[in-house]
Design a protein around this ligand. Structure first.
Ligand code: ATR
Length: 282
């Protein structure tokens, strides 16, 4: 039986097992394949991963805090994974361990699906090309977001509460981006919140350099935070007529790309969306 897993620390909150097992079942692969959750602390990560091929695993998603270590232990890495400096997807083959980063492609797929000003559904990264993008935050989640947007042709500006961290990310990133201290929120075509603000009910407009008045129908607003209800940031964006993308849609899209890498088959996105949202309060 081919096995798959998500590896994290902690991992109990992960929606990936529900989402990926639902996708396997919908394709009739549910009897054969199984997707599990594996919790392992950083000190045990490498040994755990190296044991997996011998236990029947064909691949794994990697989540916080192991994404850098996943890239480091891989024998081969995609351009996206090496330039981002992190991997969220591993594949085990006879030739060794391959690292990929589907967080980047997942974001672009989610943006393409959201449409937005001047685009038609399915336009893909063309909608990103040439637009100014503001990325809020400079932590782990921001890396793949900034790289994906720059790679797809956006002019990326990064704001972070601790400005030095935004500057460090700009210097470290293998992509064109600049750090910005006082962004004019209304001037961007794309705004992506990668910070933890909103996760615990904080007011995003008190913590971030944005006002609800900044949003307009010319924008696409992404909030990587997700919960049972739309975040206050996305509620304000929707009220202003902006196209919106939540973190769960990005999760679904990155998961679908990983699924295809392992199985060679494209999963049903709606099945994955229902399963991911259905576990929102567990
Ligand atoms: P992740 O891997 O999810 O990105 P992280 O690396 O801990 O997590 O980064 C969290 C991000 O949220 C950082 O950009 C952090 O800003 P600092 O670098 O200044 O700490 C940001 N963040 C967390 N709480 C915040 C708040 N109340 N206001 C603004 N930014 C906040």
């Amino acid at each position: 039986m081919p096995r798959l897993a998500v590896i994290g620390f902690p991992v109990g909150h992960s929606r990936s097992p529900a989402m990926q097992n639902a996708a396997l079942q919908a394709l009739g692969l549910g009897e054969e394949w199984r997707y599990e959750a594996i919790e392992v602390a950083p000190e045990g990560f490498e040994a755990r991963v190296r044991a997996m091929p011998g236990e029947g695993f064909v691949g794994a998603n990697v989540t916080v805090p192991h994404k850098l270590a996943a890239l480091a232990l891989a024998d081969v890495a995609s351009e996206a994974a090496s330039e981002i400096g992190a991997a969220n997807t591993l594949s085990f083959a006879a030739g060794g361990i391959a690292a990929e980063n589907t967080d980047a492609g997942g974001l672009l797929a989610a943006l393409a699906g959201a449409g937005g000003a001047g685009s038609s559904p399915g336009d893909g990264p063309a909608e990103v090309s040439g637009r100014r993008a503001l990325v809020l935050g400079a932590g782990g989640a921001a890396r793949a977001v900034c790289w994906a947007l720059a790679e797809a042709g956006a002019q990326v500006e990064i704001w972070n509460r601790t400005a030095a961290r935004a500057e460090a990310l700009v210097a470290d990133l293998h992509a064109a981006a600049t750090a910005v201290r006082e962004p004019d929120g209304g001037s961007y075509g794309i705004v992506v919140n990668t910070t933890a603000v909103g996760l615990h009910g904080e007011d995003p407009f008190a913590e971030l350099p944005l006002s609800p008045r900044d949003f307009s129908s010319a924008q696409t607003v992404v909030d990587m935070v997700y919960g049972e209800r739309p975040s206050p940031l996305l509620e304000a964006a929707t009220a202003a007529g902006a196209a919106t993308v939540d973190g769960l849609e990005v999760l679904v899209q990155q998961g679908a790309l990983s699924f295809e890498i392992w199985t060679g088959v494209a999963p049903d996105l709606d099945v994955m969306r229902v399963a991911a949202r259905g576990t929102a309060h567990r």
